[in-house]
Design a protein around this ligand. Structure first.
Ligand code: UD1
Ligand code: MG
Length: 474
């Protein structure tokens, strides 16, 4: 490995073929913007190499791209290329930001499947050839479509790259294509860049021409084919975006299984990149898990669950068709079927939340239960409290949200409304059907029902009267 390296990620192109108001590299594959995938590969290469840096070339859509990078890649130096006049012009814009690098790696922001291992292999190929000044990653396809073709001499050595739009029919028949991923000796790159012209079909400054110039000057270019061509798929259209999304998600599914999770009918399961699994987790068919979610050891995610940005502990049972967003579920909890845990829900260990229960900004302590048809919003529920069927925290008064505090060991009967702000003390009992508007102290019994009236024989007399009315009509 040579000295300091700078990775330049090209992301200034317009992405015309996406037909989008958004910059191409902010479109998402497997839950992450394309640019973040490129940054992840770059980071892996740069890790532990002092004096190395990351440069992103922004242009079209930079009003959106630069703020995004501020959050997702704050270490990146951003240079602006405006207008975008080709990949060679983009690298020229990056030259002042190369720092101390003796080597420059160029990646395209629209090639999200590239792995760190392949990048390392490419750099290794340059290290291994003392006469070489550039290494380029290529791939083979029966029809290389719109990719630039790799032209080799009679001896099989790399000669140059020709863009599909500039290629002769004979060149277009070549199956080996340019991935757009390179490792340059910095001196070679800086020497050749000023020589680029836009004398081609697209009137652009092609970075690819640097390789042909270098060869003409006797600098070796090693062109090594990637083992799996899908790794260098570029995204230029929505169809290609869908294709790389599918492949990245397949990779996420394999990573889950490698981590010890059982996935039942994995082809039906949708995972974002970066979702983590403990050993012996089980995921049933048609589950979607996205964002920074984690599933603990031995937990079971039932069929059809949708889990977004949530932390599921160990030994949890999410029964079928639950929807979770920004929720935390403690070890050993039972949830669902058909439960909805919204943002800010925190379930402690061994909590039970049953069918048709909705929670939002709700903290349920260890062993609390809300098993049926309940809304718990802006509230805390103490340990081992039982919330009966149909209980509602009335958290909204038409103007603001208010908190309901329910202590430990409380019994809230069925069909109770708790009108917030209100507090129920530890060990209290709330009678079924009550509307609670005032605080209830610890160990108290509160009801707010109209006293029951029972009329002896009244049911039978009512039926007789109705039958007589019916007979009179007929
Ligand atoms: C490029 C290569 C082609 C290769 C293909 C692989 C050139 C001339 N062609 O073609 O040989 O097979 O990638 O995917 O390099 N960009 C800029 N500024 C610009 C133009 C592009 O930053 O002025 C960025 C884009 O945002 C994109 C990347 O460079 O991330 C590649 O640009 P794109 O227009 O997609 O090039 P291709 O036509 O795919
Ligand atoms: Mg492209």
């Amino acid at each position: 490995m040579a000295g300091p390296v700078t990775v330049v990620v090209l992301a200034a192109g317009r992405g015309v073929r996406m037909k989008s108001a958004r910059p191409k590299v902010l479109h998402e594959a497997a839950g992450r913007p394309l640019i973040d995938h490129a940054v992840a590969a770059a980071r892996a290469l740069l890790a532990g190499r002092p004096g190395s840096r990351l440069v992103v070339v922004a242009g079209a859509g930079r009003e959106e791209l630069i703020p995004h990078l501020g959050k997702s890649a704050p270490e990146a130096a951003v240079v602006v290329q405006d207008p975008p006049r080709g990949t060679g012009d983009a690298v020229r814009a990056a030259v002042p930001a190369l720092g101390d690098a003796t080597r420059v790696v160029v990646l395209a922001g629209d090639v999200p499947l590239l792995t760190a291992a392949t990048l390392a292999r490419l750099e290794g190929a340059l290290d291994a050839d003392p006469g070489a000044g550039i290494a380029v990653l290529t791939a083979l396809l029966p029809d290389a479509g719109s990719y630039g073709r790799v032209v080799r001499g009679g001896d099989g050595r790399f000669a140059r790259i020709v863009e599909a739009k500039d290629a002769t029919p004979g060149e277009r028949a070549i199956g080996e294509f340019n991935s757009g991923i390179y490792v340059f000796d910095r001196a070679v790159l800086e020497r050749e860049l000023p020589r680029l012209t836009d004398d081609n079909a697209q009137r652009e400054f092609y970075l690819t021409d640097v390789l042909g110039f270098a060869v003409a000057e006797g600098v070796g270019v090693v062109a090594i084919p990637v083992e799996d061509p899908s790794e260098v798929l570029g995204v230029n259209s929505r169809a290609e975006l869908a294709e790389v999304d599918t492949l990245l998600r397949r990779r996420a599914v394999r990573a889950a299984m490698a981590a010890g999770a059982t996935l039942i009918r994995p082809e039906t399961i949708t995972l974002d990149e970066g979702v983590t699994f403990g050993p012996d987790a089980v995921v049933e068919p048609f589950v979607t898990i996205t964002g920074a979610s984690s599933i603990g050891a031995g937990s079971r995610i039932g069929q059809g669950c949708v889990v977004a940005s949530s932390t599921i502990g160990a030994g949890v049972a999410l029964r079928p068709y639950c929807v979770l967003e920004n929720a935390v579920v403690g070890d050993g909890a039972f949830v669902g079927p058909f439960a909805r845990l919204r943002e800010g829900t925190v379930l402690g260990p061994d909590v039970h939340v049953g069918n048709f229960v909705e929670t939002k900004k709700a903290r349920l302590a260890r062993g609390a239960k809300a098993n049926h048809l309940t809304y718990l919003g802006d509230c805390s529920v103490g340990e081992k409290t039982n919330v009966g069927a149909g209980v509602i925290t009335c958290n909204y008064d038409g103007f603001g949200k208010h908190h309901t505090g329910i202590g430990a060991g409380v019994f809230v009967g069925s069909d109770v409304q708790l009108v917030a702000p209100v507090t129920i003390g530890d060990g209290a009992i709330i009678g079924a059907g009550s509307t609670i508007t005032k605080d209830v102290p610890a160990q108290a019994l509160a009801t707010s029902r109209v006293p029951q009236k029972t009329i002896e024989g009244g049911g039978a007399r009512y039926r007789e009267r109705k039958a007589a009315e019916k007979a009179k009509k007929e």
